[in-house]
Structures are given as structure tokens and as C-alpha cells.
Design a protein around this ligand. Structure first.
Ligand code: C2O
Ligand code: CU
Length: 539
């Protein structure tokens, strides 16, 4: 029996749905076996910790390329380890799992067309510290508790190096990935993808940024080095002793919960950090590595939630530059999405600025009173984005996104096109062919849908009548397509599929033949069957 999760909230727009879910953090703590009080992160002193800047990953030498042994390519070795970090001055150290013992992990700097090799080493403990649900597919009790596999999200990577969820390895083992970097400049990210426990490994801290650079980027004179800063955003709840809190369902033997929303939003691993900036332009590489939270991000001049939001420019989306900078004052960023933005502090010398959502403060910028030299520019145009005509598609797939509930109205399982992970592969695009994927969202949540290996463009989002669909399986649109915002007209790899809409993307399956996955990037959904393999066939 198919129903929507919180009943029929037909009028609920995506915006209010997000506002509602963001407001219910504390509700998770009420399950049976409740953990006692959580740390009240909203009461923490604000802006007492400087924003950490993740270290740069450094190669440990060169190795022969696996595709051409005559060629030497940079070799990186990154170990996943448990470590302690201070998320705030007044919070006791927190145990995390991280790449190179950091969360976020080190930032990779890659060059388009210059391949590299990364050996990912699992040096984690043998026991997990978060609640595994052994009833979930791939996380059965006979599987080792601690398993990892690394996916480079947004990478056009061969199937053997892509981090297939079942290609996990255990503490004491490692796996090498070959990244060709045959793609345009973009802000990618790497994170764990182990079957059935991705959400837990992510909450433990396994994520980091990976930037690909190219000549066009060099030529446009954007703010660089100290003026280009990754902002990795994720939310967490903590216990009073500073340890990460992850809720459980209260259902014996099956602790999985349908969403994770933390009480605090961290930026580069800190709660309420501050950053001292000069009165000039900065480039921020934003990445939402949260399990389930969508953010409406605003730069504002004060700490109220009513102010308009200062103008800034988005210059890139997940898969690289927009055709031209998009001026905006609110940026919606879902799990897995990235944005490349330019913020100009030059008119704000001696002032403070804040990055916030519509309900929570995140960080402070302290603008120096001194006049700053700034030779960088905000180009009028970036990289042309040729819109793919719908006529280029040789296949159109209609794919439902649904949440199947038990009689208590609790989520049981979440499926893409009604299929479980282990059912036969149904999406088999041909290499270099173009398809339209039409996502029919039957739930009242937004789901960020991500396809591995490829980049795509959004065609449109259009509201339809869910009641009619449930009775007849026919799509009756209730209005015209919602106009896409300027920052959604570039190359994407993750798309927000809003409730009760049909969201269409157009994809050319360029790159490699082989087996990949597509899934919802709300990691609790992904772990409970909202993930499917797809196979790119060679012709
Ligand atoms: Cu960012 Cu399959 O994931
Ligand atoms: Cu989802």
C-alpha cells in the first residue's frame, strides 16, 4: 500500500516541507531507549572558533598508470582513521572517522586531463560506533560491521574505480581508485558508499572536497589561493559529552530512521565558526555533505532571519561553470549538491556578515577595516552551456520515487520505480546515447537524485495530481512547469526532485561502459533501497 509519509499534505510546498522537517530535530530523541538529553547546540557561544580550512591532499610519489603502464601518475595514499576533534570551543572532543584523520578530509586538487591514483586505506576500528540496522539489504548480521568504499561524486570514473556499494573493504584492507579527471573544472566530493551503512559512515565523518581545475578556469581570473575557500556543510547532533548522536527507531532489531537532521550545522567541522576576510572578493566552494538536510543559504548583514540577504553570484553548479554568473540572494542546496559562489566584501570594510539558513545561523565573516587590493574579477561570461535539445533523447524513462509505509504510518522501505536494489537491472543506457529521465515524486519530501559517472541538465519540474496517479497510474498535470532558476541551467549531477512534481533531466551517457548506481542522496533513503544499479552498455 502506497501512501505519502505524513499523510496528504497536498498544499505543502517544498519550502514549507523543508522548514517543517528542519524544525523537528529534537523529536528523534523520543524513541524508546531514548539516549537522554542532547547537547543544546543553539546555546553555544557564537563565533569563538576560527573556520578551519581543510589541508590539501599531497601525493606520496608516482606510480605507473593502470591504463598505460608507461605513464607515471601522481599517487596518493589516504587512510581512514578514527580521531578526536573539537567541534566548538566549549564542547568536549568528539570522536569522528575521517580521511587522513580529518573531517572534512583533505581537499584534492586535480587538473583536467591529468589522471591520478588514490589508494584508500581502511584503518578504522573493527566495531562501528553508530547503530547498524542488520535488516537492511547489504548490512546483514553476517557482514563485517565496519566496511568502506570510496566514491568520487561527480567524477567521470571507470566502473572498477567508482566505488560500487558492494565493493567494500574492511579494516586492514585498501582499494586503489584511478581517476582520469577527463572532465571540465568542477567541485566534486568524495565520500563513503558502503552498502547499507553509508548513512552511518557519513555521519561518522567520511567526506571531503575534490576540485578539478582547467585552462578556462585559469583564464577567467577568479579569486584564488587564500581567497578561494571550500565550505563543507553538514549537520550533526551531539550528546552532552560531545559524542555524535544518531537516533534509533525504537523498533527492536531495526534501528533505521527515515531521516537524519542534526541540531547544529557545522562548516568545515565547526559549529558557529568565524572567518576573517579582507574587503575584497572571495570564491567559496560550497558542498552540502549532510545526510538529509536541504539548506536555504543566505549571506546577511545581521543575525535576524527577516533580512533580505545580500547579493552574491553563483558561478558554478555541481559539474562546473554556469554560462554566466547568476546573481542571487538565496541559494538552495540539497544533500550532495555543490555551488561555486563569489561574494564581494569590498563594500563592507569593518563590518560583520553572516552565513545562515532561513532558521539557523551558521558562521560569521569579519571584514577587515583596511582597504584591500583585489585584482580578481567576476567575469561577465564563464563557459558556454549548450542546452541539450529534447529531440536528442532516444529513450525516455518514467521513474517513480516512493515511500512504502507499514500500518503505523512509518516508512518501511523507499523505492525507485518500485524496484529493490537486488532486482534485475532495468536502466541500461547505451554509451554516448542521450536519454530523458522523468522522476515522478509520489512522496511529500524533496529527494536529491544523483546519477554516478554522468553530468546532466534539468529540463523542468511540473506539478501533477498525486491522487489521480495513485488511482489510475496516469499523470495529470495541475499546472505549467515551474521555471528553473538561473543557477539550475548549468551542468548538474544531483537534482532536487520536489514533492508531487515530475522532474525531468536530460543525460548523455558519456564516459565508460559498465555498472554504476543512481540513488537518492538522502542517505537514510539510499541505505533503505532508494538506490538502483544502472548499466551503461557498450553499444
Ligand atoms: Cu554522492 Cu552515490 O553518491
Ligand atoms: Cu530520498
Amino acid at each position: 500500500m502506497l501512501t505519502t509519509r505524513r499523510g496528504f499534505l497536498q498544499q505543502m510546498t517544498w519550502f514549507t516541507a523543508v522548514a517543517a522537517t528542519r524544525g523537528v530535530h529534537a523529536g528523534h530523541a523520543t524513541a524508546a531507549g531514548a539516549p537522554g538529553p542532547l547537547l543544546d547546540t543553539s546555546a553555544l557561544a557564537r563565533y569563538v572558533d576560527p573556520l578551519p580550512i581543510p589541508a590539501l591532499a599531497k601525493p606520496a610519489g608516482v606510480r605507473p598508470s593502470p591504463v598505460d603502464p608507461a605513464l607515471q601518475v601522481p599517487y596518493y595514499r589516504v587512510a581512514m582513521r578514527q580521531f578526536q576533534a573539537k567541534v566548538h570551543r566549549d564542547v568536549a572532543p568528539t570522536a569522528f572517522w575521517g580521511y587522513d584523520g580529518a573531517c572534512p578530509g583533505p581537499t584534492f586538487e586535480a587538473r583536467a586531463g591529468k589522471p591520478m591514483l588514490v589508494e584508500w586505506v581502511n584503518e578504522l576500528p573493527k566495531q562501528h560506533f553508530l547503530p547498524i540496522d542488520h535488516t537492511l539489504h547489504g548490512a546483514e548480521a553476517d557482514k563485517p560491521e565496519v566496511r568502506t568504499v570510496v566514491h568520487l561524486h561527480g567524477g567521470r570514473t571507470g566502473p572498477e574505480s567508482d566505488g560500487y556499494p558492494e565493493d567494500w573493504f574492511v579494516p586492514g584492507q585498501s582499494a586503489s581508485s584511478y581517476y582520469p579527471n577527463q572532465q571540465e573544472a568542477a567541485g566534486l566530493f568524495y565520500h563513503d558508499h558502503a552498502m547499507g551503512i553509508t548513512r552511518l559512515n557519513a555521519v561518522a565523518g567520511l567526506a571531503g572536497a575534490y576540485l578539478i581545475r582547467d585552462e578556462l578556469e585559469d583564464s577567467v581570473n577568479l579569486p584564488k589561493s587564500a581567497y578561494e575557500i571550500p565550505l563543507v556543510i553538514f549537520d550533526r547532533s551531539f550528546r552532552p559529552d560531545g559524542q555524535i548522536y544518531y537516533p534509533v527507531s525504537g523498533k527492536a532489531g531495526s534501528p533505521w530512521v527515515s531521516e537524519y537532521y542534526g541540531s547544529a550545522i557545522l562548516v568545515n567541522g565547526k559549529i558557529f565558526p568565524y572567518l576573517e576576510v579582507e574587503a575584497r572578493k572571495y570564491r567559496f566552494r560550497l558542498l552540502n555533505s549532510s545526510n538529509g538536510s536541504f539548506y536555504r543559504l543566505t549571506f546577511s548583514a545581521d543575525q535576524t532571519f527577516s533580512s533580505e540577504g545580500l547579493a552574491f553570484h553563483q558561478i558554478g553548479s555541481e559539474q562546473g561553470f554556469l554560462a554566466a554568473p547568476a546573481e542571487m540572494n538565496v541559494l538552495i542546496l540539497g544533500p550532495g549538491e555543490r555551488a561555486d559562489v563569489i561574494v564581494d566584501f569590498s563594500g563592507r570594510a569593518g563590518k560583520e556578515l553572516f552565513l545562515r539558513t532561513h532558521v539557523a545561523m551558521m558562521m560569521q565573516f569579519r571584514v577587515s577595516a583596511k582597504k584591500a587590493a583585489d585584482s580578481s574579477s567576476l567575469p561577465a561570461t564563464l563557459r558556454p552551456v549548450t542546452r541539450i535539445p529534447e529531440s536528442a533523447a532516444i529513450v525516455t524513462r518514467e521513474l517513480t520515487i516512493a515511500d512504502y509505509q507499514n500500518r503505523l504510518g512509518r516508512s518501511n522501505v523507499m523505492l525507485l520505480n518500485g524496484a529493490h536494489w537486488s532486482m534485475p537491472v532495468t536502466e541500461k543506457p547505451v554509451l554516448n546515447s542521450t536519454e530523458i529521465w522523468s522522476f515522478i515524486n509520489l512522496t511529500d519530501d524533496s529527494h536529491p537524485i544523483h546519477l554516478h559517472m554522468v553530468r546532466f541538465q534539468i529540463l523542468d519540474r511540473r506539478p501533477f495530481d498525486l491522487g489521480v496517479y495513485q488511482l489510475t497510474k496516469k499523470i495529470v498535470f495541475t499546472g505549467p512547469a515551474v521555471e528553473l532558476t538561473a543557477n539550475e541551467l548549468g551542468w548538474k549531477d544531483t537534482v532536487r526532485v520536489d514533492p508531487m512534481t515530475v522532474t525531468r533531466i536530460i543525460v548523455k551517457f558519456e564516459g565508460f561502459a559498465g555498472r554504476y548506481v543512481w540513488h537518492c542522496h538522502m542517505l537514510e533513503h539510499e541505505d533503505n533501497e532508494m538506490m538502483r544499479p544502472f548499466i551503461v552498455s557498450a553499444a
